[in-house]
Design a binder for this molecule. Structure first.
Ligand SMILES: [Mg+2]
Length: 404
C-alpha cells in the first residue's frame, strides 16, 4: 500500500525554546552547548548565530572565534524533554504511528488518518499552526510518500518550512542534478568515495548503479534504490524508554458527583489508552484507576488482570476498581494499564480460523458507544477518530457533564 509520511523537525530547537522563555535573547546569536573556555561542541545555535558560520557539532573554540559576541549557554535538557513530550501530544493526535528520531524530530505515519495527500497537507499545516499557537515554537514539515522523501521535504524550506513530495517521480526530479550529499544518508566519507569514482550527482548514481553497489555494498544498494526514488521503509513506533505504563486522565471543569457520568468518561479514557497501546503493539496485564477528589485528595487503585485485548477489557476492570472506591465529588479521573508486554493472553484458537466477524468485546464496545450516543445525543461513532485528541476529549467530557 502507498504510504503517506510526515517528517516534523523543530527549527533550532534548543535555541528556540530558550529564546521563547527569555525574550531578551530574541534576534541575538545564541549558542547552546559548551561555554567558551570549556572543552566541547555546539549543540544547537540560533539562525542569527548561523550567519556567522556557527553550526551544530562545531568545536566551541571555533564557534567563539567566529562569533565572540554570541551568547553562550549550557543546554537545559529537562526543559527540552518536557517540551518534546508536549510536541508528541500534538503529533500523536494525527498519526497512527510515530517514530522519534530526536527530541525535536519524528516521522509520523498519516496514511490512515489523512487518507489522501490533500488530507496530509491539512494535517501538516495544522501541526505547524498548533505548534506555534500552543508552544510558541516554529517547525519545518515535509509530507511525502516515503521516509527519505519526507525528511528531504522538511529540509527543503527550513526554517518554518513546508514542502511536499508526492511520488517517486517528484523526488527524482527534485534530486537528480544535486550533489550526492543531498541524499541525507550520504556523509562526508561516503561522498569522498563516490567523488573519487567520478560519481558526483544523484544522476551519476542512477546511471552507475552496479558500480555504486560494487563500491559501497549494502549502502550502495540503498543509494541506487534512492536514486530511483525507492524507499519502502515503514514508520516504526517505539515506546519511550523506561515507559512502564500507559494512562490517560481528565480534569473536569466542575467537580462531578454522578458516578454514571464518571464511568462513561472512563470508557472514553479506556479507548484512548487502548489506542496508544495498539500503537506500540503492547498489552497491559494490569489496570490502574486514579481519582482526585474535590478536596484534592488523590487515590490510585490497581489490579493485575489476564491481559487487556481491547478498550472494553480495560474499561470493565477500571469500573470494578471504581465501584470499590468511596463516593465523593470527583475532580480528576484517570485510567491506565501497566505491566506491559508485547504478548496478549490469548493463544490462537479455533475462532481465529472460523470466519467470525467480530469478537464479543467488540460488539459490547459498539453497544456501549451506542448507549452513550443516545444518552448524550452525540455521534461517538462519527467522532471516534477525533476523541483521541486531547482537546476533543476534554470538550466531549465537558459536553457530557453539561448535558447529563
Ligand atoms: Mg531540528
Amino acid at each position: 500500500m502507498n504510504q503517506i509520511i510526515i517528517h516534523v523537525d523543530m527549527d533550532a530547537f534548543y535555541a528556540s525554546v530558550e529564546t521563547r522563555d527569555n525574550p531578551s535573547l530574541r534576534g541575538k546569536p545564541l549558542i547552546i552547548g559548551s561555554l567558551p573556555g570549556e572543552r566541547g561542541v555546539v549543540a544547537t545555535c540560533s539562525y542569527e548565530a548561523r550567519k556567522f558560520g556557527v553550526h551544530s557539532a562545531m568545536n566551541i573554540k571555533e564557534a567563539y572565534r567566529l562569533c565572540p559576541q554570541g551568547i553562550y549557554m549550557h543546554p537545559n535538557f529537562e526543559k527540552y524533554k518536557a517540551v518534546s513530550n508536549q510536541l508528541h501530544n500534538i503529533w500523536d493526535d494525527y498519526s497512527t504511528a510515530s517514530e522519534t528520531i530526536a527530541l525535536d524530530e519524528a516521522y509520523l505515519d498519516v496514511t490512515k488518518t489523512a487518507r489522501t495527500f490533500d488530507g496530509a497537507r491539512k494535517i501538516a499545516l495544522t501541526i505547524k499552526k498548533r505548534t506555534l499557537d500552543e508552544l510558541g515554537l516554529s517547525c519545518s514539515v515535509g509530507v511525502a510518500y516515503s521516509k527519505t522523501a519526507a525528511k528531504t521535504a522538511s529540509e527543503e524550506n527550513k526554517p518554518n518550512g513546508y514542502f511536499e513530495i508526492e511520488n517517486k517521480e517528484a523526488f527524482v526530479n527534485l534530486m537528480i542534478d544535486r550533489d550526492v550529499r543531498a541524499l541525507y544518508t550520504v556523509g562526508a566519507k561516503t561522498a569522498e568515495k563516490l567523488y573519487a569514482a567520478g560519481i558526483n550527482t544523484v544522476r551519476d548514481i542512477q546511471q552507475n548503479r552496479e558500480k555504486v553497489i560494487g563500491l559501497l555494498g549494502k549502502q550502495g544498494y540503498r543509494l541506487s534504490q534512492l536514486s530511483l526514488g525507492i524507499d519502502n521503509r515503514r514508520v516504526v513506533p517505539y515506546l519511550p524508554q523506561n515507559a512502564k505504563s500507559i494512562s490517560r486522565e481528565l480534569t473536569f471543569q466542575e467537580d462531578v458527583s454522578d458516578d454514571e457520568l464518571v464511568k462513561d468518561v472512563m470508557l472514553l479514557l479506556a479507548l484512548c489508552v487502548q489506542r496508544r497501546a495498539e500503537r506500540y503493539e503492547l498489552y497491559g496485564k494490569g489496570v490502574t484507576l486514579k481519582i482526585t477528589y474535590s478536596d484534592m485528595k488523590n487515590i490510585t487503585r490497581s489490579k493485575l488482570v489476564l491481559a487487556c485485548e481491547n478498550a472494553m477489557d480495560i474499561y470493565r476492570e477500571a469500573v470494578k476498581l471504581f465501584d470499590q472506591t468511596q463516593k465523593r465529588p470527583i475532580r480528576l479521573i484517570g485510567v491506565g494499564i501497566y505491566n506491559l508486554s508485547h504478548e496478549g493472553a490469548r493463544q490462537l484458537s479455533l475462532d481465529d480460523f472460523l470466519d467470525s466477524p467480530q469478537s464479543s468485546s467488540e460488539e459490547e464496545l459498539n453497544s456501549e458507544l451506542n448507549r452513550l450516543g443516545n444518552k448524550y445525543h452525540l455521534d461517538f461513532y462519527g467522532h471516534l477518530d477525533d476523541i483521541y485528541k486531547h482537546e476533543t476529549l476534554h470538550k466531549t467530557a465537558e459536553y457530557m457533564r453539561k448535558h447529563n
